[in-house]
Structures are given as structure tokens and as C-alpha cells.
Write a protein that binds this ligand. Structure first.
Ligand SMILES: Nc1ncnc2c1ncn2[C@@H]1O[C@H](COP(=O)(O)OP(=O)(O)OP(=O)(O)O)[C@@H](O)[C@H]1O
Length: 308
């Protein structure tokens, strides 16, 4: 995939944002929607279940306070979501963006069964068939995003919404961090377990042009969480002892230092994760390589006995 792809995506988004800004409707939520209940809250936004007063349609409403949100950032998130919607594993949009006195807002599909984080059992994760179903759909969504020349940059269970039973239909949401491939990132705010190591150390450098490999890394971390119920580390910096042990494994193949959670995984699952989370981004597997591992078991037979 060429960098031009990222450039095309950036140009198209810029045009969409200009047109959306010109057509941004002014309204107060209560005029057209009845508020039913809160669905979730993130760092930037507040998501509520609402019902269209005339038609009775249930919808999710994301509100971003004007006080802390630049109009450009709101338009960007809305337009990216609109470009990507329509894929079966990406949240559907209603095509309505507006501003009220205090907020910017848009309306999209509501997931009444919440997000993936709500079903991950601490110290256990989720059942293996459900984890594999999630993986397949997530890979579909990420490949679609990558084909559009975009890097998602926010793979985590809080952004994976559940429709249907046993993860039969999941959808990605929250495109606030999505950027065209090749965008140079100078500052990463807050290193979390999902942050690829090349981004954890950008303070003194010129910046890193982002690539699809960031999503491959985060997918690896997510799969570890789904299979064990633990994060593999807190931060992807060498001062984190769990990450340090992982570096040793990646560089030498020696597994002794790894925490016991890794022992719950089969050789095939370990191989899959080591390729998704190659320390060198240019050696990282693309996300679709994970599909090759779906027919192998991911957890060893006695994995529950390994939990102390
Ligand atoms: N369509 C939806 N249906 C049901 N719940 C939703 C929906 N959209 C979001 N949520 C819930 O609201 C939470 C916050 O939403 P979202 O991630 O969009 O906000 P944010 O402020 O951008 O989050 P972050 O802090 O990750 O940037 C999600 O983690 C999810 O639990």
C-alpha cells in the first residue's frame, strides 16, 4: 500500500470537513431527541442512548463539549466515522452532525449490549471461540480501514461494541485518533499497554510517520488480554519489568522470564503474538496474518490450573 493512499484519504477528509462545517445544523438535543440513558463516557465525549421523538428510533448520541473540543477535531472524528461506516464491523452513522449551545454532536448506531471490556473477566479473559469470532471481525474492520489509507490507532476493548450474542457481531467505534498513514506524530499523550514501543519514546525525536503496524501491535495486546484477562505490561518502556522480559523473549527466544500468563498460551498463539508485536515495526505481521492461526488452539489445555 503506497503512502499516496494516506494522502488521498487526507485530501478527501479535508474536503468533507469543509462541506460538513458549512452544513452544520444548530439545534438543542431535547428539541428532537428524548434522552433515555447514559451508554458511556470517555476522555473526550459522553455517549447517551436517545430516541428520535417523531420516529421512535433508538440512537447513540456522542456529545463533545465545545469548551474542550476544537470544531476541527469534532468534524474530523465525524467525517472519518462517516467514511468508514457501512462496513459490517464498523459502527453505522445516521449522517447527522450538529452543534448546540455547549456541544458538538453526532448520531450513530446504539449497541445495547455494551462493549468488549464489559465481558472480559479479570484473570480469565473471554471464551476462546468468542475471542476468535472477535478477532476475525476486528481484522475485517482493520483491513478495511487500512485499505482507505487510514491507521485506526485506538484498538482497545472499550472501542469494540457488541451486537448479538457471544460476540457474533462486533463493531469498531471512536475514530477520534484515526489518521492517514504517513501522518507524523510528534507527541503521544499517555502511554498505555496498547501503545507500540516506537511511539513510547518520541520526546526527543522529529516524530514518527504512522503506519498500519501500530494497529497490528495493539491487536496483539488486545488478543493477549482476551486470552488471559491481564495486560501483558503497563507501559511499553524498558523500565517496565514485564515489557523488559518481553524484549528479552523477542530478541533471544528465551521464554523463562515471561510472566506465567504467557504459559497459558499455545506455541501457535505465542508465535502469532510475537509476529504481531515484533519490536521492529517493519517486521511486524499485517493484521490479516492472524487469520492463519484461527484453526489452532490458543490456550493450553490446563490453562485454568496455571492461575495462581
Ligand atoms: N454506539 C454506542 N453504543 C453503546 N455504547 C457506546 C457507543 N459508543 C460509545 N459507547 C460507550 O461509550 C464509551 C465512550 O465512547 P467513546 O470511546 O466514543 O468516547 P471517547 O471520549 O472518544 O473515548 P476515549 O476516552 O476512548 O477517547 C465507549 O467505551 C463505550 O463503552
Amino acid at each position: 500500500m503506497s503512502l499516496n493512499n494516506g494522502l488521498e484519504a487526507a485530501n478527501m477528509l479535508e474536503e468533507m470537513m469543509k462541506i460538513t462545517a458549512q452544513n452544520l445544523v444548530k439545534m438543542e438535543v431535547s428539541q428532537h431527541y428524548e434522552i433515555i440513558k447514559e451508554l458511556g463516557k470517555g476522555k473526550y465525549g459522553h455517549v447517551t442512548l436517545v430516541m428520535h421523538r417523531q420516529r421512535g428510533t433508538p440512537m447513540a448520541l456522542k456529545l463533545l463539549p465545545k469548551e474542550s473540543t476544537k470544531q476541527q477535531n469534532f468534524l474530523y472524528e465525524y467525517c472519518v466515522a462517516l467514511v468508514l461506516s457501512g462496513h459490517p464491523n464498523i459502527i453505522g452513522m445516521f449522517g447527522i452532525a450538529f452543534e448546540s449551545e455547549e456541544h458538538y454532536g453526532f448520531l450513530y448506531e446504539a449497541a445495547l449490549q455494551r462493549d468488549l471490556i464489559s465481558i472480559i473477566k479479570p484473570r480469565e479473559g473471554i471464551l476462546e471461540p468468542a475471542a476468535k469470532l472477535c478477532t476475525k471481525q476486528l481484522v475485517n474492520a482493520l483491513e478495511f480501514i487500512h485499505h482507505k489509507g487510514l491507521v485506526y490507532r485506538d484498538v482497545k476493548p472499550e472501542n469494540i461494541l457488541i451486537f448479538g450474542r457471544d460476540c457474533q457481531n462486533i463493531k469498531l467505534t471512536d475514530f477520534g485518533l484515526t489518521r492517514p498513514r504517513g501522518t507524523v506524530l510528534k507527541l503521544v499523550s499517555g502511554i498505555i499497554p496498547y501503545t507500540a514501543p516506537e511511539l513510547s519514546n518520541t520526546q526527543n525525536c522529529e516524530g514518527v510517520p504512522i503506519d498500519f503496524t501500530l494497529d497490528a501491535w495493539a491487536l496483539g495486546v488486545l488478543l493477549f488480554c482476551l486470552m488471559t484477562g491481564y495486560f501483558p505490561w503497563e507501559k511499553t518502556v524498558p523500565s517496565d519489568p514485564f515489557f523488559e522480559d518481553f524484549i528479552v523473549w523477542q530478541k533471544t527466544g528465551i521464554t523463562e522470564g515471561l510472566s506465567y500468563h504467557w504459559k497459558k498460551l499455545t506455541t501457535e498463539a505465542m508465535d502469532m503474538l510475537s509476529k504481531l508485536m515484533s519490536l521492529n515495526p517493519s517486521e511486524r505481521s499485517p493484521v490479516n496474518k492472524v487469520l492463519r492461526y484461527l484453526d489452532y488452539p490458543w490456550r493450553v489445555a490446563n490453562w485454568r490450573a496455571l492461575e495462581k
